[in-house]
Design a protein around this ligand. Structure first.
Ligand code: ATP
Length: 325
């Protein structure tokens, strides 16, 4: 298998956006150029594949996007693509446009879509892109580090005012299904407690008692980080006030965490993963996901990848609990 067999690669971004998706697109386009493979950008996720909404990409068309958050190809969710007729329409578009291979950047859902398309004979490779780091097959997803740093910057600012007013800040960070972002931000910001969907919490010992003990030893402000999937931030803030007497303020960081110029870590991960995705297609591989495992960028079969499970780091959970006193 080699370049002669690959004529035109399509690339799309799908699901939630994340900083570094543009960097991955740039890497894919330029690696295609190195192999003299044409590259087509497909806009608005799988919708663009169904509707033929495409743009030709060459090395110069991705100049400067390495520093930009968001995705130049736009992203979307596409219900029609979850149906057999939607997938068939997308496969027909690929045949019409001469797209023999497709690289999809997104989350688990995006990979399921890629697998469905590979069953129609299109070579597909997935790249993990989401700020939540909630893709089980990979230690790292593009955008996670930027989102951590965006959230951390906001929490550091909240700490200043919480300290001045002797209050407790209850901060919701993104992560509907997973607490990776919450745990990283909680450790990095020195939060008193981190509440995630994965870990059970005993409010009396893990939150209220810590705050009461802090007060006795002279600490009068606190940060509680709550993952979106844990929820109930207003209720939690009311309970803390009721149980400890400390004034509380709730902040939901929301979509600000999705934006911003990607950090060096995200740019390096996106560039390396994008380059490997094209290499895999060039080698004739299909139905694979690029991932990072034990610090190494590698690839896995999509079905094997979708069946994996990833836990929150027990070392990190332990360190957070011990150090936050
Ligand atoms: P995020 O982590 O940001 O939610 P994601 O890729 O998991 O990203 P989803 O909304 O789950 O986001 O999926 C993105 C798109 O992938 C869907 O809108 C749909 O077009 C396609 N997709 C998801 N699941 C399937 C499936 N089982 N079969 C075919 N296509 C799918």
């Amino acid at each position: 298998m080699g370049a002669a067999k690959v004529k035109r690669i399509g690339v799309l971004t799908s699901g939630g956006d994340s900083p570094g998706m543009n960097t991955a697109i740039r890497a894919i386009v330029r690696t295609c150029a190195a192999y003299s493979i044409e590259c087509l950008g497909i806009r608005r996720g799988y919708n663009g594949l169904i509707n033929g909404d495409v743009v030709e990409l060459d090395s110069r068309s991705v100049d400067g996007i390495i520093t930009l958050g968001g995705t130049m190809l736009y992203t979307a969710r596409c219900e029609e693509f979850k149906t057999e007729s939607g997938i068939q329409k997308a496969a027909n578009t690929c045949a019409y446009l001469g797209i023999d291979s497709l690289i999809t950047i997104g989350g688990d859902g995006t990979f399921r879509g890629a697998r469905a398309l590979s069953e129609k004979g299109i070579k597909t490779i997935g790249i993990p892109g989401t700020i939540d780091n909630d893709i089980d097959c990979t230690d790292y997803t593009i955008g996670f580090d930027t989102a951590c740093n965006t959230a951390l910057d906001a929490v550091d600012k909240l700490r200043d005012t919480m300290q001045s007013h002797e209050r407790c800040s209850v901060v919701e960070v993104m992560g509907a299904r997973a607490g990776h972002l919450a745990l990283y931000v909680g450790i990095a910001s020195g939060a008193t407690a981190v509440l995630t969907p994965e870990t059970p919490v005993d409010f009396e010992t893990d939150v209220f008692e810590k705050i009461r003990r802090g007060r006795i030893s002279g600490r009068n402000h606190h940060i509680i980080i709550v993952a979106e999937g844990f929820g109930k931030v207003n209720e939690i803030a009311d309970c803390i006030h009721h149980e400890t007497g400390l004034e509380t303020r709730v902040t939901i960081l929301g979509h600000v965490q999705r934006g911003g110029s990607p950090t060096a870590r995200d740019r390096v991960a996106a560039t390396t993963m994008g380059c490997l995705a094209v290499d895999l297609i060039y080698q004739g591989k299909t139905n694979r996901v690029v991932c990072m495992r034990n610090g190494i960028i590698c690839d896995l079969d999509i079905t094997e990848a979708l069946n994996m499970k990833k836990e929150l780091s027990s070392e990190m959970l332990r360190a957070q609990k011990i150090v936050s006193r």
